[in-house]
Design a binder for this molecule. Structure first.
Ligand SMILES: C[S@@+](CC[C@H](N)C(=O)[O-])C[C@H]1O[C@@H](n2cnc3c(N)ncnc32)[C@H](O)[C@@H]1O
Ligand SMILES: [Zn+2]
Length: 147
């Protein structure tokens, strides 16, 4: 089935990982880029599907429901993670939306900070940013205070 891309987006080979989502026109800072579309599934089903996948295209909405971009995605399901992203994701009234964090030029790869995913915490980040934290997930470490 042919992918129906959101306006202003295209899919190309990425320097970060596999294929990525690229802008075909500029996006101004704070302006909406697109909505994350796909099949609405329960988080239980999301965890089940995540097990067998190398590339995760599932986005959690509210801890109960998720969207699987692998079915009915519009190109935003190719957005890679970067520790120095140019976009961010916001959930508004059950809709997953992407906005520009800064001005984005045509041709730039669109990236967000995934922060927390169903991928194991050990999954290495290959974003190449100077401030790369090394892992895709933001790993919370408990601070043990010595007395
Ligand atoms: C939504 S897909 C992104 C599209 C993916 N690059 C592809 O070609 O299908 C998310 C998956 O891409 C990979 N990925 C995204 N950002 C990454 C990064 N910074 N470093 C390593 N792998 C990354 C991981 O396998 C992740 O599960
Ligand atoms: Zn990184």
């Amino acid at each position: 089935m042919r992918l129906k891309l959101a306006p202003g987006l295209t899919i190309k080979k990425s320097r970060i990982n596999g294929r990525g989502c690229f802008a075909t026109r500029p996006f101004e800072r704070r302006k909406k880029i697109a909505e994350y579309t796909g099949e609405r599934i329960s988080d239980f089903e999301a965890r089940r599907r995540a097990k067998g996948r190398l590339h995760l295209r599932i986005c959690d909405i509210d801890g109960r429901w998720s969207v699987d971009g692998a079915r009915g995605g519009n190109g935003t399901h190719y957005i890679n993670h970067s520790c120095d992203p140019n976009a961010y994701m916001q959930i508004l009234y059950g809709h997953v939306l992407f906005f520009a964090l800064r001005d984005i030029l045509a041709g730039e790869e669109i990236t967000i900070d995934y922060e927390q995913t169903l991928l194991p915490d050990s999954r290495r980040c290959r974003c190449g940013a100077r401030n790369c934290r090394g892992t895709i997930n933001k790993i919370r470490r408990w601070r043990v205070s010595a007395r």
